[in-house]
Design a protein around this ligand. Structure first.
Ligand code: IMP
Ligand code: MG
Length: 172
């Protein structure tokens, strides 16, 4: 049986999401911010994040699939849902559940830049350093983790565990 080791509970998550939301609200005051959530993993994080923000924002979603083994990114990324909102000359914040190799975000930044946004920055719930392989900057990270595979609060392993309120280390 896979083992779930608690990393962050509901309360911890609420605090770290609120802290990042305060920073974003202050940095983007008086700007036209568009949040782009990366499906499926970011759906829980994004919905909590917007409710902690104190500035008006618009949002949209994007979806990618990456072929390869189920616990690491292959770098073969395919867009399965395009953005539908106009980001031309707007400030864009890509909202991701977890940054691992960074290949997904690197691909998405290049994709978004073709629509001429004013700025593109990255906000991630979790920033995992172990396997970073792309030169990207995570501007807003709620929590840093060194290694391991995490599930819950939107994060899955083969589509399981997304529904959990807390975040866990999955030991297979
Ligand atoms: P990257 O392209 O390697 O940065 O991979 C990013 C994607 O891989 C994330 O959006 C997640 O969907 C998935 N991923 C990477 N590490 C984990 C993890 O620890 N738990 C769950 N999903 C992960
Ligand atoms: Mg994901």
């Amino acid at each position: 049986m896979p083992e779930l080791i608690p990393v962050l509970n509901k309360n911890d998550i609420d605090k770290i999401v609120a802290r990042v939301a305060r920073k974003i609200s202050s940095d983007y005051q008086d700007q036209e911010l568009i949040l782009i959530g990366i499906l499926n993993g970011a759906f829980v994080f994004l919905s909590d994040l917007v409710r902690h923000l104190t500035i008006p924002v618009k949002l949209d979603f994007i979806r990618v699939c990456s072929y390869g083994s189920s616990d690491s990114s292959s770098g073969n990324i395919r867009l399965t849902k395009e953005i539908e909102i106009d980001v031309n000359n707007k400030d864009v914040l890509l909202v991701e559940d977890i940054v691992d190799t960074g290949l997904t975000l690197s691909y998405l930044i290049d994709y978004l830049k073709t629509f001429n946004p004013k700025t593109v920055k990255i906000c991630a719930l979790l920033d995992k350093h172990e396997r970073r392989n792309a030169n990207i900057k995570v501007h807003y990270a709620c929590h840093e983790v060194a290694e391991g595979f995490l599930v819950g609060y939107g994060l899955d392993y083969n589509e399981d565990y997304r529904y959990l309120a807390g975040i866990y280390h999955l030991k297979l």
